[in-house]
Design a protein around this ligand. Structure first.
Ligand code: ZN
Length: 454
């Protein structure tokens, strides 16, 4: 649903210290939920404004867009059972703990993840939720409620696991649902919450967890359902070499061949991680317009490998960024992810091949393209007024020259102001309507209880 109450006031965000938009030295004008004018350096808006915000201390960038996360994992950050493990043993160690997450803990985990994202300058929170044990059947509903309450734009994907370890998959039976239950709940949440219109505050995607956690039928029927509803499709693919081995033994083909076999080689799809693709697979994915969400922090933590960001983009795939779940990151700070994307890609391609502007582009325009959205991700007239404003007042920026480069190279982690759909949602580094002290206390207590039970 769009924000019908957004005021129609004209606000001039004036004379920023720096801004990630062409010819916008004088700032921009927001009216209602949208950007209506770009103001040149030394110029004034074409029509009178109701309010002026002096941005002379601020570096202004389009609101960052997160395209992969698992909010529930904030309850198992730095968990002793899982640290220092690669993906498959890491997952097996955590499944049983995740199976004990209570509805109250899940709600607070979502609130924590969304709030962390917002504070890092993120205006669209993507979450891939695939955990629906008894008591958490309405998880998508909870995630939509929490996003609305915080005022952050949401891309919630209805995840799923239907192939348990008894049937050759990885997750335990207690964490899986049968295909029919999953498909009917997908249809329910699409009908209830998915808004396909420009300016949408909530969009729903369908997201079978991974080849090693769902049946082939669920992959096929999810794709058919997504086509009927005009929504996006998402899954984990190409994260580790273990997955290559699994696909070869279970399906007799590599992960990208499997993707094609189940009808997923379309521009409706974006993949999480997308690391272990050969040259021919990169070309095929690019030709089909399949997007890839690069999760640099998680990929380094689990030592999964390096995403071929530049080759994928050159081949035609949109490349966005994601924090990934908070048990493999273990934070939900997307600005930190921008810095890691720059560094990891430089290690792969060299110091001159990838710039701070590339990393910021992945987190904004690239992520928007992964979500199939052209109404967010840039600062331009007609686009949604989703903005992140950072000051360079901390000691870590002292002596910095290029303000936009400083954001990434000196390691900005916290926005001073964040606007979503024309409304301030963070002011002076604090989220509106959230008592972060109390949230941390309650969330930590429930996380500890979970650990105690393990
Ligand atoms: Zn993930």
């Amino acid at each position: 649903m769009r924000d019908a109450e957004a005021p129609g006031r004209r606000v001039w965000i004036r004379d920023p210290l720096a801004i990630l938009a062409q010819g916008a030295g004088g700032g921009l004008v927001v009216e209602g939920s949208r950007i209506v004018e770009i103001v040149g350096a030394g110029a004034r808006p074409a029509s009178p404004v109701d309010e002026t915000f002096d941005a002379s201390r601020h570096v202004v960038v389009p609101g960052l867009i997160n395209t992969h996360h698992h909010a529930f994992q904030t309850l198992t950050r730095a968990h002793p059972l899982a640290i220092n493990k690669p993906l498959f043993p890491w997952l097996k160690a955590l499944y049983t703990v995740w199976g004990r997450i209570t509805p109250e803990a899940f709600r607070l985990a979502t609130r924590v993840a969304y709030t962390e994202l917002l504070l890092s300058g993120c205006t669209t929170a993507g979450d891939h939720h695939y955990l629906f044990p008894e008591g958490l059947e309405d998880s998508v509903d909870v995630q939509v409620e929490e996003a609305r309450s915080l005022g952050i734009r949401a891309a919630v994907t209805r995840g799923s696991m239907s192939l348990s370890d008894r049937e050759g998959g990885l997750p335990p039976k207690t964490l899986t649902q049968d295909d029919d239950t999953i498909l009917s709940d997908c249809e329910r949440v699409l009908n209830l919450f998915h808004d396909p219109a420009p300016g949408a505050m909530v969009q729903i995607g369908l997201a079978p967890c991974s080849p090693f956690a769902v049946t082939e039928r669920l992959m096929r029927e999810s794709a058919e359902l997504a086509a009927r509803h005009g929504c996006r499709l998402h899954t984990h693919l190409g994260e580790t070499l273990d997955e290559d081995g699994y696909c070869l033994s279970m399906f007799g083909c590599r992960p990208v061949d499997y993707l094609e076999r189940v009808g997923w080689m379309t521009d409706r799809v974006w993949l999480a991680h997308g690391i272990h693709f050969n040259d021919a697979e990169v070309a095929r994915l690019g030709k089909a317009g399949v997007g890839v969400c690069h999760c640099p922090t998680s990929n380094m933590t689990l030592a999964s490998g390096r995403c071929r960001t530049c080759e994928l983009e050159a081949a035609g795939s949109p490349v966005g960024l994601g924090v990934d779940g908070s048990a493999s990151n273990d934070s939900s700070n997307l600005m930190e992810g921008v810095r890691h994307a720059l560094m990891l890609s430089r290690l792969t391609y060299g110091a001159e091949a990838v710039t701070h502007l590339d990393a910021l582009r992945w987190a904004t325009q690239g992520s928007a393209a992964c979500l199939g959205r052209s109404d967010i991700g840039r600062i331009a007239p007609g686009l949604e007024a989703d903005l992140a404003l950072f000051t360079l007042d901390e000691l870590r920026f002292s002596g910095a020259h290029d303000p936009l480069a400083a954001l990434v190279l000196c390691g900005a982690t916290r926005a001073d102001r964040v606007m979503v759909a024309g409304r301030w949602r963070v002011i002076d580094g604090e989220p509106l309507g959230v008592d972060t002290g109390r949230l941390r206390e309650d969330h930590s207590r429930l996380a500890k209880a979970l650990f105690g039970a393990g």
